[in-house]
Design a binder for this molecule. Structure first.
Ligand code: IPD
Ligand code: CA
Ligand code: CA
Length: 259
């Protein structure tokens, strides 16, 4: 696709905005400990300007500034789905990483994706049907069984009602794998499964901007992505997400229910 290199460049420039931010102003949003900083807003505005220049006909769904409502028209033609900082709490507390996540949907399905971790200069990209790449090198998910790898999960931190079930599942997954991880960024978690560092990711509720880009990257790296009920992802809004590396051929039995 002609514009993937330009999207990568914009993600890298956005990463520089993130790295340069010093004591950004913090605003509270609805939900438990759900924050936005002026850097989230600045990066989203920067991406919208740059991406509009690349593809003027595209619509936008983004986490900040009231762009967070999925409308039917986003399921037609091109739509950029942006998470300017995935891992805002990490960013606020200087816990790494945080990533910039950009997905391009075409007729409601992911078509191109870029996820950038500026701290380690790691840029993941994918185009539908053309494989997943890390800094230009092809990546594939692990073919090892779950018992021979790490599992990573998200705590669905903004949804208190899901926490008991989240930790119940985590408790049951722990003996099935080498150990559990919790990074603080869902897009990074799925990229870790895509590059073979983890074998399984799950979270009971995340938003389209959290998963749209990383799900395409993981799927192009051979992962299987579903919701907790093993349905394909809808790419229309919030959902539970399970991302299994190639070696995790079946859904672990303890994954019953979900949001
Ligand atoms: C959050 C992160 C976190 C995940 C949450 C997301 P944000 O995104 O991805 O890892 O557990 O579900 O909402 O708020 O930092 O952009
Ligand atoms: Ca996010
Ligand atoms: Ca965010």
């Amino acid at each position: 696709m002609m514009i993937i290199n330009e999207i990568k460049e914009l993600a890298k420039e956005a990463g520089q905005i993130l790295l340069a931010a010093k004591n950004p102003k913090i605003m509270e949003k609805s939900g438990h400990a759900n924050f936005c900083t002026e850097t989230d807003e600045k990066i989203q505005a920067f991406l919208i300007e740059g991406l509009t220049g690349l593809l003027p006909e595209a619509s936008f769904l983004g986490e900040e500034d009231g762009l967070d409502v999925f409308s039917e028209k986003m399921g037609e033609g091109y739509c950029f789905v942006l998470d300017p900082i995935d891992g805002t709490s990490n960013f606020i507390y200087s816990y790494r990483p945080s990533v910039i996540s950009i997905a391009l949907l075409k007729d409601g399905q992911p078509y191109a994706a870029v996820v950038y971790n500026p701290y380690d200069d790691m840029l993941f990209s994918a185009i539908k049907g053309e494989g997943a790449y890390l800094n230009g090198e092809r990546i594939m998910s692990s073919d090892a069984p779950l018992s021979d790898g790490l599992a990573v999960f998200g705590t669905a931190p903004y949804y208190a009602e899901l926490q008991e079930q989240t930790f119940e599942i985590a408790k049951r997954v722990l003996p099935l794998c080498v150990d559990l991880r919790r990074s603080g960024t869902a897009a990074w978690d799925m990229c870790c499964v895509a590059m073979g560092s983890c074998n399984l990711y799950f979270e009971l509720r995340i938003q389209l901007w959290d998963y749209a880009a990383a799900a395409l990257i993981a799927s192009e790296a051979g992962c299987v992505l579903t919701d907790m009920e093993q349905r394909p992802l809808s790419y229309k809004g919030p959902t539970s997400v399970v991302c299994r590396a190639r070696g995790v051929t079946e859904m672990p039995e303890c994954f019953g229910g979900g949001a």
